[in-house]
Design a protein around this ligand. Structure first.
Ligand code: FAD
Length: 462
């Protein structure tokens, strides 16, 4: 029997069918879906992963890879058939090697993102991928979703951090592509196929990742803005005048801050929540502080910004960032939300917000917009909270028309309905609607070639 074979491969501590142990692994992060599983296996080595996949391939059994289960589109849980095997990568978590001179690190898929960052820091380097879930998400999950986060502006998404991969293929074969080269034009770049494939093409078991020089002190500033368009102008000016040393440039609406003030303890908003928009930015290299002061001062004089403050210490910078990282949490007590993780070209952000506001007023005038995001990447979390005191279920049911209109607007502006969270289960219909038949057929050709039995995470993406 398959389960006996799997138990034998991973040993007594490497599997579970206990409902209490499984419960958090079967509930997706937003609490909208629950799955069931035949068994959860937790391999400790790539060789074990290979034998698990081979056993599942032999019996034609589906496998769902899971990292930290922080996916925001239900990509990491099995369906409710109870027939799929849940493959947790959490015990495959070693840092295999680190090479400060080559600015690279080789880590296993289950390594928590914060642990990769810390290992880099120990040798005076940084691994720049950073997101609010970094204490629990795993590097394998980050690569499988091509995660973004706050430092994409300067360093790129997860995809851009990868030098090489080790992947278990659908028949159990291990592909060792763990090279740590900056230049390699030998044939197709196969690692790209697995990055962002959400566990549907192969199981990532290890990765060679790029490290960067430690910029040392980082200068953090908070800026109150009159409009989002002014924030876009400010970004261009800061990038140009500070030799592109901007690491993060986050935009937050007044309502997002109001929710933080209302629901998060020990938070002081630098300029209250009176101004319509606020920017939080990080600049690498402390020596740029004077220059940044001059640029922000000029922006205030020119009317681009209303007011600006530079954090006086690392502690103050941390307090600023805590506000930004608390926005999602602060939305929860306000009731249900329609969430849209969208991207548009930066030059279209203002148009998107203006036309989005018109749609909101026309379709659901009582609903409350909570917009924030990584404006330097054109990525906004365009969330709409239910009217205060409304019935959550009724609001969500009525909101589908508004979501459709917003996605249509994003498409009209040449944007994407999924900037950084992936497709998973929740956005499958949007992929079919907005990616065009040629692109979808190309994706399906890859899927058929690499996973002909459809055993890897079936029902996700397509
Ligand atoms: C509070 C919070 C903040 C977030 N902020 C951001 C953000 O700023 N930017 C952003 O991009 N995302 C963000 N996310 C979403 C999420 O954290 C990312 O998608 C993250 O990359 C997922 O990592 P994970 O280990 O939790 O993967 P999981 O959720 O476990 O899995 C995600 C997908 O990858 C697949 N997968 C996992 N591991 C492997 C593997 N080893 N091989 C093959 N496939 C695999 C799964 O099957 C699933 O399809 C946030 C989530 C939360 C809860």
């Amino acid at each position: 029997m398959l389960t006996d074979k799997l138990k034998q491969i991973v040993g007594t501590t490497g599997w579970s069918t206990d409902p209490d142990t499984l419960a958090p692994h079967l509930l997706e992060r937003r609490g909208n879906l629950t799955g069931k599983t035949l068994i959860m296996v937790m391999p400790e080595t790539t060789e074990q992963v290979s034998r698990i996949v081979a056993a599942c391939a032999e019996s034609g059994t589906a496998l769902v890879p899971q990292g930290g289960n922080t996916s925001l589109c239900a990509g990491a849980i099995p369906d409710d058939s109870g027939k799929q095997v849940l493959l947790s990568l959490s015990r495959l978590s070693a840092i295999r090697s680190i090479d400060p001179d080559n600015f690279s690190i080789v880590v296993e898929a289950g390594c928590i993102l914060a642990n990769v960052q810390n290992a880099a820091m120990e040798v005076d380097r940084i691994f720049p991928l950073s997101l609010s879930a970094e204490g629990s998400c795993q590097i394998g999950g980050n690569l499988a979703t091509n995660a973004g986060g706050i430092n994409v502006l300067r360093y790129g998404t997860a995809r851009q951090q990868v030098l090489g991969l080790e992947v278990v293929l659908a028949d159990g074969t291990i592909w060792n592509g763990l090279r740590s080269l900056r230049k390699d034009t030998a044939g197709y770049d196969m690692k790209q196929v697995f990055l962002g494939s959400e566990g549907t093409l192969g199981i990532i078991t290890a990765a060679s990742l790029k490290l960067y020089p430690n910029p040392g002190n980082i200068t953090t500033a908070w800026v109150a803005m009159r409009s989002a368009q002014h924030a876009v102008q400010l970004l261009a000016s800061v990038r140009q005048q500070l030799s592109d040393q901007v690491m993060a440039f986050e935009l937050m609406s007044d309502r997002a801050l109001r929710f933080v003030r209302r629901h998060i303890s020990d938070v002081t908003l630098p300029f209250g929540d009176d101004y319509p928009w606020h920017v939080l930015l990080d600049v690498a290299i402390a020596e740029h502080q004077e220059l940044l002061e001059a640029v922000l001062g000029a922006a205030v004089e020119d009317g681009i910004a209303v007011d600006a403050i530079i954090a006086k210490s690392a502690q103050e910078a941390e307090k600023f960032w805590r506000i930004r990282h608390s926005i999602s949490e602060a939305q929860r007590p306000e009731g249900a939300n329609l969430k849209h993780d969208i991207a548009v070209p930066i030059c279209q952000i203002d148009t998107f917000l203006t036309r989005g506001q018109a749609l909101l007023e026309e379709i659901m005038p009582e609903a409350r917009l909570v917009a924030f995001g990584h404006v330097g990447d054109g990525n906004l979390h365009y969330n709409i909270a239910q009217p205060a005191g409304a019935n959550a279920a009724e609001f969500l049911a009525a909101g589908s028309g508004l979501s459709e209109a917003i996605y249509k607007l994003v498409d009209d502006l040449d944007g994407s309905f999924s900037a950084e969270h992936g497709v998973g289960v929740s956005k499958k219909a949007l992929l079919a609607q907005y990616r065009g038949s040629t692109e979808i057929e190309l994706m399906k050709t890859l899927k058929k070639a690499l996973d002909p039995q459809n055993i890897f995470n079936p029902g996700k993406v397509f």
